[in-house]
Design a protein around this ligand. Structure first.
Ligand SMILES: [Zn+2]
Length: 118
């Protein structure tokens, strides 16, 4: 078998994201049909960035919301569900279903301010 280049997060990182987001969609709180969403995706110039598959660039979301992000980019950027340069995922707060904003860290913590995440 040929070696295949790894393009997604490891199982360990996926588990961290799942725990951090309490097993629920980060936008709507659904607990079914969940997947891992990249806030900034590889096609947005981050292919070689190590953080692309780290927890702060990832959200646990349902497939409905995952499609919604693509159809509603403006709201997605405003709420931190998507990130675009020059901003980086560690600098942009994410709105969770409880209405609170959190800054995410690479090791899978939700902080209430950018300062706390440093
Ligand atoms: Zn959802």
């Amino acid at each position: 078998m040929k070696a295949r280049r790894r393009t997604g997060p490891t199982d360990v990182v996926k588990a961290i994201v799942y725990d951090r987001d309490d097993g629920a969609c980060a936008r709507c709180g659904a607990r079914d049909d969940l997947t891992i969403h990249h806030r900034m995706n590889r096609g947005m110039g981050g292919a070689r960035e190590e953080w692309i598959n780290q927890a702060h660039n990832l959200l646990l979301v349902c497939r409905t919301c995952n499609g919604w992000f693509e159809d509603n980019p403006r709201e997605s950027y405003e709420n931190g569900w998507k990130v675009r340069r020059p901003q980086l995922p560690g600098e942009v707060e994410v709105r969770y279903p409880d209405g609170s904003l959190y800054v995410l860290t690479p090791d899978g913590v939700r902080c209430t301010t950018v300062e706390a995440a440093r």
